[in-house]
Design a protein around this ligand. Structure first.
Ligand code: C2O
Length: 565
């Protein structure tokens, strides 16, 4: 009998083992509910009614494992139309869930709901989510943490703890008024009144010191900072006094570990960095300051935004001391910005070695006539964003819906692969080249085609480093440089082995950047400057990737609750 019972026990535990193994290997369903509403929030001595998710600013962190199915039910109890975008998520065959308003869906109107459903496939690290309509992402955003599948390790030493760090901006105004006023008056939207770390401006802003974010660490331990740049209009230098940082992932792609004392992070980018609490017990500022890439520009917020990295002893050894401030690069230190953004390499890579579609896209600004008489003080013109001399105009129904339903007149398929003419892009551009055309133009891509784009910054109005984000894809940053791109000599220096892989690429100010990607995801994919005011002013275009030949390469039909326009 004893023998039989131990056989039964053994069999039972084997079954359990198999069950556990099957359970850990299979994907989970992660369900969240986002209730959009409004909240009175006070920062820098000013109270605003802001739009939030679940009453939180920044919004809730979502945590999943690679392979999980994410279901987020968005209930719009706020006063504005809303959509949510899952920034950096590849959305393989789930373009309907991508979220940009009037591109893949119509907005969720007040009082209505939409449930986003998609799978996180082949991506690990940190991404984020944000509202993708008008200026709402200023307050409607949060981190999306993607851990490896159960039982799978990080490709770097295991941290003792993980800490999300969200960089943001704060306006002493209703952000919807900020953008509406700018569009009405034909001007550039007003700068924010504070930058924030985890929602707080820090010790150097008015009425803020009592609320500065504190991040506790224990001496000798290792931490993974998951940094999200949710800011609206500036790249940032990021430092921690007396601590080195090792970058291990960018945009949810692992990098070769790169140790540095300064990061440059652009709106849209996410960065995972390891730090070790290896300094004397005490307090150290985590700080960010603006990277101002516009030559001669002076009107930007030059205050340092801070949080405090605070060592906690095991018991009573905590020593209070005045926090140390890091030394920052100059605001306009483009050399440091360029050094950082050319230093990163991805850990694994499969860059397309040949190119089916080659594009050369001039990017920057232009001036177009005012929509009405409201901007007469600007000589009747207003600034807009421009890609290959086209300034994007939002359609009235979503492009993906129009494409799927065969509705004509919503967009045209003639986004050009080159600017209308060649000129000295970064030199003194003649005024006759300052006026882009307005249009809702898409570039059609064959399924699985390989695409190369060289982005060329122009000096029209001003040179500037623009972070260009492509929805639904990671792109390989194969080369970058200053001045005008030279198609004869520059390709020889492209890195086709292990280039950094990103979803948002900062094109050097007064320079160019070359990317490659594979159009392996049927649907409609927005590409735009992640400076929100630039994208709101037309710095955008759309790729339309056709279905592939096999059934498994086709975009499934829209979800039944997709909002209607
Ligand atoms: Cu994070 Cu289209 O945006």
């Amino acid at each position: 009998m004893a023998g039989l019972s131990s056989v039964v026990k053994l069999a039972t535990s084997l079954v359990c083992l198999i069950l556990v193994a099957a359970w850990t290997a299979s994907a989970a369903l992660v369900h969240h509910k986002f209730t959009i509403g409004t909240q009175n929030v006070t920062r820098v001595c000013n109270t605003q009614t802001i739009v939030t998710v679940n009453g939180q600013f920044p919004g809730p962190t979502i945590e999943v494992r690679e392979g999980d199915n994410l279901v987020v039910e968005v209930d719009n109890n706020g006063p504005y139309n809303v959509t949510i975008h899952w920034h950096g998520v590849k959305q393989l065959k789930s373009c309907w869930a991508d979220g940009p308003a009037y591109i893949t869906q119509c907005p969720i109107t007040p009082g209505n709901k939409f449930t986003y459903k998609f799978t996180i496939t082949g991506q690990e690290g940190t991404l984020w989510w944000h509202a993708h309509i008008s200026y709402l992402r200023a307050t409607v955003h949060g981190a999306l943490v993607i851990k490896p599948r159960a039982g799978k390790a990080y490709p770097f030493p295991k941290p003792d703890a993980e800490i999300p760090i969200i960089l943001g901006e704060w306006w002493n105004a209703n952000v919807e008024d900020v953008i509406a006023d700018a569009i009405k008056t034909g001007t550039v939207p007003a700068n924010s009144d504070a930058y924030t770390i985890n929602g707080q401006p820090g010790d150097f802003f008015n009425c803020s010191a009592n609320d500065t974010s504190h991040i506790s660490v224990k001496s000798g331990k290792r931490y993974l900072l998951r940094i999200v740049h949710a800011g609206m209009l500036h790249g940032s230098f990021f430092k921690i006094a007396q601590h080195k940082m090792t970058v291990v992932a960018v945009d949810a792609v692992y990098t070769k570990p790169y140790t540095t004392d300064v990061l440059l992070i652009q709106p849209g980018n996410t960065m995972d960095v390891l730090i070790t609490a290896d300094q004397k017990l005490g307090q150290y500022y985590i700080g960010t300051r603006v990277y101002n890439s516009q030559p001669g520009r002076t009107e930007y917020l030059n205050t340092t935004t801070t949080a405090i990295l605070e060592y906690k002893g095991n018991d009573k050894t905590y020593i209070a001391s005045a926090p140390l401030l890091p030394n920052f690069p100059a605001y306009d230190d483009t050399a440091t910005a360029f050094k950082f953004s050319t230093a990163l390499r991805s850990l694994r890579s499969s860059v397309p070695q040949t190119v089916d579609e080659e594009m050369f896209i001039t990017e920057g600004f232009g001036l177009v006539p005012c929509m009405d008489n409201s901007c007469t003080d600007n000589n009747g013109v207003r600034p807009v964003g421009s890609l290959n001399n086209i300034s994007f105009v939002d359609p009235e129904i979503s492009i993906l819906q129009a494409y799927y339903n065969g509705t004509n007149g919503v967009f045209t398929r003639d986004f050009p692969s080159n600017p209308p003419q060649a000129f000295n892009y970064t030199g003194n551009v003649p005024l006759s080249l300052w006026t882009p055309e307005l249009g809702t133009k898409v570039k059609v891509l064959k399924f699985n085609s390989t695409v190369q784009i060289v982005f060329q910054n122009t000096a029209i109005i001003t040179l500037q480093n623009h972070p260009i984000h492509l929805h639904g894809h990671d792109v390989y940053l194969v080369g970058q440089g200053f001045g005008n791109y030279n198609s004869q000599t520059d390709p020889a220096n492209f890195n086709l082995v292990n280039p950094q892989t990103l979803n948002t690429v900062g094109v050097p100010t007064g320079g160019w950047a070359a990317i490659r990607f594979v159009a392996n995801n049927p649907g409609v994919w927005l590409m735009h400057c992640h400076f929100e005011s630039h994208s709101a002013l037309g710095f955008a275009m759309v790729f339309l990737t056709e279905d592939g030949p096999r059934n498994s390469d086709k975009l499934p039909p829209p979800p039944s609750d997709l909002p209607k326009c």
